[in-house]
Each structure stands twice: as structure tokens, then as C-alpha cells.
Design a protein around this ligand. Structure first.
Ligand SMILES: [Zn+2]
Length: 85
């Protein structure tokens, strides 16, 4: 059986990550973003400005707070861990 889906596609919504994070995570992000690309409430400033940076990594564009939480939603885990860069 010929699988026509095995084309090499570098772009998609995760194409902006370039070579970072690994192909598995990028593909996971691309697939999930297609279903759940939405903003979430920030745990610190409460603005709906939290977007997923990568699987499990979330960043608030309003206050700059970056944290690790659930892979698909920042509310999938009770606690969040701030990421210092
Ligand atoms: Zn915030």
C-alpha cells in the first residue's frame, strides 16, 4: 500500500520554530494547534494572552510570564513552573 501522506512538509503552523525543539514536538504542536489554537488566561496577570510556545511551554504576551504546564492546555495541570531564560 502506498502511503500518500508521507510527503515532507516543513512548514505548517510549527514552521516558525525552525530547527528548534525537535521534529516530533514540532509535528505535535502543529497537529494540536490546528485543533486548539486559542489564547488562554495568564496565571499571573489574568489576561487572555497566553499562547503555547511548544508542547507544555506557555508564554503570556501581555506580561511576559513563561511557564510549563499541560501539553495541550495550560490548565491541564494544577501547578505551573516558571521558566527563567
Ligand atoms: Zn500575563
Amino acid at each position: 500500500m502506498i502511503d500518500m501522506s508521507k510527503r515532507i512538509v516543513k512548514a505548517g503552523t510549527s514552521g516558525r520554530y525552525g530547527a528548534r525543539y525537535g521534529v516530533v514536538i514540532r509535528n505535535r504542536v502543529k497537529n494540536i494547534e490546528a485543533q486548539q489554537y486559542s489564547k488562554h488566561e495568564c496565571p499571573t496577570c489574568r489576561h487572555k494572552s497566553v499562547k503555547r510556545v511548544s508542547a507544555g511551554i506557555w508564554n503570556c504576551s501581555h506580561c511576559g510570564y513563561k511557564f510549563a504546564a499541560g501539553a495541550y492546555s495550560p490548565k491541564h495541570k494544577k501547578g505551573t513552573v516558571q521558566i527563567m531564560e
